[in-house]
Design a binder for this molecule. Structure first.
Ligand SMILES: O=C(CO)[C@@H](O)[C@H](O)[C@H](O)[C@H](O)COP(=O)(O)O
Ligand SMILES: [Zn+2]
Length: 221
């Protein structure tokens, strides 16, 4: 057994319950594997969210989505799945990530402070009935908490995709999926799974919702 694969069952923990093996690959995969079963128990909300978005976005509504760092990339990833497509051809859906516009991000941060960077965009783009989704591993980023506050004032639904409960964002939002790992990287990976699964559900529900809405319009004419 090489140094890399040598097992250290009695080694001191790194705080993440990862004291079973020494090398980063096994350590990371063990952390991910440990989180999967408890994640699965909580991930049923993804079908509810996917169906909600199918109905709302299919009728011309909007999703706003925000996060910091790796979660900013995830927010943009989600918006791209919706404005573009996941797999099968479908109508473009309105989803705006609040992170990629460097002019807006720098102007708002410079003029109002970084805490306002998402909140001001929520006030600008959000309409009653829209959804704000925030992604955070800690669940305590002040700019996301401010965005949730602004969204509530503007009549948006607020959803949190976060790390372990309890955390302030999960408490502040209408609904939350708390990914159960003490490791923020594992949480980010479960967030990506969540984004993809939610989009799968959205695609499954979109056509029936759009067809039902069209039938209603025909009856009304
Ligand atoms: O991707 C990573 C760590 O994996 C970092 O960029 C991380 O996203 C940043 O430190 C964020 O600022 C953390 O914010 P949050 O997830 O606690 O809201
Ligand atoms: Zn990361």
């Amino acid at each position: 057994m090489s140094d890399h694969t040598e097992r250290h069952s009695a080694a001191p923990t790194n705080g993440l319950g990862r004291n079973r093996v020494k090398n980063p690959l096994d350590s990371h995969l063990n952390g991910l594997a440990d989180a999967l079963a408890p994640y699965r128990e909580q991930a049923g909300v993804l079908e509810v969210w996917g169906a909600h978005l199918a109905r709302h976005l299919g009728a011309g509504g909007r999703l706003l989505v925000a996060g910091n760092g790796g979660s900013a990339a995830e927010a943009q990833h989600l918006a791209a799945e919706l404005v573009g497509r996941l797999r099968d051809e479908r109508m473009p859906l309105s989803a705006i990530a609040l992170t990629p516009d460097s002019s807006a991000v720098t102007a708002i941060s410079n003029d109002y402070g970084f805490e306002e960077v998402f909140a001001r965009q929520v006030r600008a783009h959000g309409r009653p009935g829209d959804v704000l989704m925030v992604l955070s591993t800690s669940g305590r980023s002040p700019n996301l908490l401010a965005a949730v506050e602004a969204a509530k004032e503007a009549g948006l639904h607020t959803w949190a995709l976060v790390g372990e409960a309890p955390n302030p964002l999960a408490d502040a939002c209408d609904e939350a999926l708390c990914c159960p790992s003490p490791d923020s990287q594992v949480v980010q990976e479960l967030h990506l799974v969540s984004v993809h699964v939610m989009c799968e559900y959205l695609d499954r529900y979109l056509l029936p919702f759009v067809e039902a809405a069209q039938r209603k319009e025909m009856v009304a004419v």
